[in-house]
Write a protein that binds this ligand. Structure first.
Ligand SMILES: [Zn+2]
Length: 172
């Protein structure tokens, strides 16, 4: 894993051995492999943290989420099946993002270089993740708001309708 400096100018992209301040070809800014490897380790740490945290939460909540409304081990998912599915999807997405971050980190540590595709995919996944989190949170909030009046507005007990006249076919 020898140190290299990669020119950040898109049209140039010269890779120079060792740590240099400027690109020897075009004089542009360089990104050193040392810095990218540090980012790579940080990315691996973030990825593993997300996988560990969400893996733990998912495994702890999966029984209740997979059986909405059913009491399991003294716990119960009080939302709808749809919301349970959304929550699970969100968990899987976070774990997927963690795997992606760890993989991108490994790639950066091994090669000492950055790849534009990795950056784009990571940003896109982060965007989807934020959108999904927002949607799930909104769905859960809406259900809480909708639940309140539902408890108050109970259908009145069925009362026998008596209009004063005796039923015509009833024998007196
Ligand atoms: Zn250059």
């Amino acid at each position: 894993m020898a140190d290299t400096s990669t020119c950040t100018t898109r049209s140039c992209g010269t890779v120079t051995p060792g740590i240099v301040d400027k690109c020897p070809t075009c004089g542009g800014r360089v990104q050193t492999s040392r810095r990218i490897r540090m980012l790579g380790w940080a990315s691996i740490a973030c990825g593993l943290f997300l996988i560990g945290l969400m893996g733990y939460i998912t495994s702890a909540m999966y029984p209740t989420l997979a059986n909405p409304g059913a009491p399991i081990g003294g716990d119960r998912w009080t939302g709808t099946a749809e919301q349970a599915r959304m929550a699970l999807n969100l968990f899987y997405l976070v774990i997927g993002f963690g795997v992606l971050a760890a993989a991108a980190g490994v790639w950066m540590v091994v090669t000492g270089r950055r790849h534009i595709a990795i950056t784009i995919v990571t940003l896109l996944t982060a965007g989807v993740l934020i959108f999904q989190t927002w949607e799930t949170t909104a769905a859960l909030k809406n259900s809480q708001r909708a639940e309140e009046p539902r408890r108050i507005v109970q259908p009145p007990p069925m009362a026998p309708v008596n209009l004063g006249a005796p039923a015509p076919d009833k024998p007196q």
